[in-house]
Design a protein around this ligand. Structure first.
Ligand code: CA
Ligand code: CA
Length: 94
């Protein structure tokens, strides 16, 4: 009987170790998601502002977002009077 309970204890220890390694793996995933998050959020914001869905923001389309609107000429790197997703992402991640 002693042997069986020893095996049980061993199993519990192994299970606990496995569970904690799963938790730490989750933490790593959560960390990498939080690293990706800012640019993902910016793309969602871009798409919300892009009313005619042409993947470009005009000055009028940015009027709802004061920060973007005020920085329009700064964000518009090639000065074509529209903000592309690339220009937007570069500004947000800067
Ligand atoms: Ca647009
Ligand atoms: Ca541009």
């Amino acid at each position: 009987m002693k042997n069986i309970s020893l095996i049980k204890v061993t199993l519990v220890v192994v299970a606990t170790a496995l569970a904690s390694s799963l938790v730490s793996a989750k933490d790593v995933v959560a960390e990498s998601i939080s690293v990706i998050k800012p640019s993902a959020a910016s793309i969602i914001q871009f798409e919300q502002l892009d009313l005619d869905k042409n993947s470009l923001l005009s000055l009028v389309e940015t009027e709802k977002n004061t920060l973007i609107h005020d920085a329009f000429t700064t964000i518009d790197l090639n000065s074509d009077a529209t903000i592309s997703k690339d220009e937007f992402a570069k500004y947000i991640t800067k």
